[in-house]
Design a protein around this ligand. Structure first.
Ligand code: TEU
Ligand code: CA
Length: 541
């Protein structure tokens, strides 16, 4: 068992600050609100917080459009409060992982304000400019937020590139001044004692836009090795890259320790399994459990010791998993626990997104006026203009829209779920009366205590960190079962990933059941009847 890094044992909790806890009644979450909830996070047992961006921003993309990397967004609080959060978290053995958004800035960043002044401006080449081609956009690159990725700038008669919103111009990473400015900023945060960085769409920084190439450009890994050397390489910190297109081979390039790049990446292969081939995220198809088993098992074994896995179902861009692949009606508790047990006993660093630990659900809307997310709003306009029916578009947004995961954290059953005493920036999910932290802490059978137990098991057993993974192939399609083994100790994890009764033939003899999402005894061998979403882990003889 190699020398274990702290982030190989960590469990990371993602906070979307805007929606976590408001402390001053303006309806927007803030840093003081987070500080006030650190004891809750310590009770859960997490050891790191991935903090979505808190830097100065006009909030065109809710903070992923940064106008000053070294100042705190006014609505979130002050730099002193940020430093206090780092200190208070550290007292509870919780590290703060900052969200590094350096593929692009806000168009209100001083660099872009300068760059737009003209072609001769020293900051012009901090961004990516192109002359029109045949009086039109330079090429067909499109924005993730609909439409062309090229925006015309009348002052200079050129286009600038934005892979996201028009207010998120892409930085030109080929410019050494840009890279040096980013490294200086990263060192500013490292010197404040942050525990590392989550790197937003980091696979895009090597783009070659004139060749229409966006992800995995030829200089990408050279930039990351340079960044490692210039910043976090001399600190014991964690770095996780958001790399939508990563395969295991690509993931090894990012996370093989010998390459001195990143600690790990978020891969999204499992996340794409309910998306129709060659279509957009909005065009969904039923999930194949068999495909999910194959994909997650591949990632469990393909990295070997040349990289490290991240494990997640949720984040601030994804619909809530219990609504997406569980059952958020009659089996909400059982299916949320099943999803947690199945994922958290796999190999890799697990990430819990705020509210996942209490089984928060999607929040369907009936009209676009209820939606805040720029991605959904732009898609709505685009699909309307293409003749899609409004009901169909709203249905897509209710299934996959990002606001599903951004409704305020549900703390208790008082007004606005205890999130704010003011008017929340985004509606609170009306089911907060039944689904909230207060109710979860008072119920020994709640989803919260399943997450707490899983985190304990990870802290107590090296097998969860280092145990070899082996999928059990000959099971019913809907039954996802695997072994973990280390130094002669063997665990069995079994999950009925469906709302139908299933059976599972137990070839082993169970020694001790470690966690189970139903409150009845399990036979120690032979044919098991699995109830809807039934899941357990057991040590076997
Ligand atoms: O997301 C990258 C990204 O491509 C996602 O927007 C994803 O493609 C889409 O949302 C699927 O629903 C990162 C951040 O996580 C996201 O919040 C930002 O909007 C985006 O980059 C731009 O910074
Ligand atoms: Ca506030």
């Amino acid at each position: 068992e190699q020398q274990t890094k702290w982030w190989q044992k960590a469990v990371v909790y993602q906070i979307y600050p805007r929606s976590f806890q408001d402390s001053n009644g303006d309806g927007v979450g803030d840093l003081l609100g987070i500080i006030g909830r650190l004891d809750y996070l310590q009770l859960l047992g997490i050891t790191a917080i991935w903090l979505s961006p808190v830097y100065q921003s006009p909030n065109d993309d809710n903070g992923y459009d940064i106008s000053d990397y070294e100042a705190i967004m006014e609505e979130f609080g002050t730099m002193e409060e940020m430093e206090c959060l780092i200190v208070e978290a550290d007292k509870r053995n919780i590290k703060i992982i900052m969200d590094l958004v350096v593929n692009h800035t806000s168009d209100e960043h001083k660099w872009f304000i300068e760059a737009k002044k003209g072609k001769e401006n020293p900051y012009r080449d901090y961004y990516i400019w192109c002359d029109p081609v045949n009086g039109d956009v330079p090429n067909e690159i499109s924005s993730t937020f609909s439409g062309s990725a090229w925006e015309f700038d009348a002052t200079s008669g050129q286009y600038f590139l934005h892979l996201f919103s028009k207010k998120q111009p892409d930085l030109n990473w080929a410019n050494t001044n840009v890279r040096q400015e980013i490294y200086n900023m990263m060192n500013f945060w490292l010197e404040k004692g942050v525990g590392g960085f989550r790197m937003d769409v980091i696979d895009l920084i090597g783009k070659l836009p004139d060749q229409g190439l966006t992800g995995n450009g030829p200089l990408l890994h050279q930039y990351l090795q340079e960044m490692h050397q210039a910043t976090f390489g001399s600190h014991d910190v964690m770095t996780v890259g958001e790399t939508w297109g990563a395969t295991p081979e690509i993931a090894k390039q990012y996370s093989d320790p010998a390459r001195k790049e990143l600690s790990m990446v978020f891969q999204f292969e499992h996340i794409g399994l309910d998306q129709q081939e060659g279509k957009e995220k909005w065009d969904i198809k039923p999930l194949s459990i068999g495909a999910l088993k194959r994909v997650l098992s591949k990632w469990q074994t393909a990295l070997g010791n040349q990289g490290w896995n991240s494990l997640f179902w949720n984040n601030h861009d994804l619909p809530r998993i219990v609504s997406r692949w569980g059952n958020d009606q009659e089996y909400r508790v059982e299916s949320a626990k099943m999803l947690a047990i199945l994922l958290h006993l796999m190999k890799g660093t697990p990430y819990i997104y705020q509210g996942e630990e209490i089984g928060m659900t999607n929040c369907p809307v009936t009209s676009i006026e209820e939606i805040r997310d720029i991605e959904s709003i732009n898609m709505y306009q685009e699909r309307l203009s293409k003749g899609y029916r409004k009901e169909a578009i709203i249905q897509s947004i209710n299934a996959k829209g990002r606001d599903n995961s951004r409704t305020p954290m549900q703390w208790d059953d008082t007004e606005c779920a205890g999130f704010t005493t003011g008017t929340p920036w985004l509606h609170v999910n009306p089911n907060y009366h039944e689904i909230n932290v207060k109710e979860s802490l008072a119920d020994p059978q709640s989803i919260f205590y399943t997450y707490q137990k899983l985190i304990e098991l990870r802290k107590e057993h090296a097998l969860v960190i280092w145990g070899e993974y082996q999928l059990i192939e000959d099971t019913a399609e809907e039954v996802f079962a695997y072994y973990r083994e280390l130094a002669g100790e063997k665990w069995l994890v079994v999950a009925n990933f469906s709302e139908t009764n299933q059976t599972f033939l137990l070839r082993d003899v169970m020694d001790k059941v470690l966690i189970h999402n139903y409150q009845t005894d399990l036979p120690d061998t032979g044919e098991l009847g699995l109830r809807p979403y039934e899941a357990f882990a057991a040590k076997i003889k």
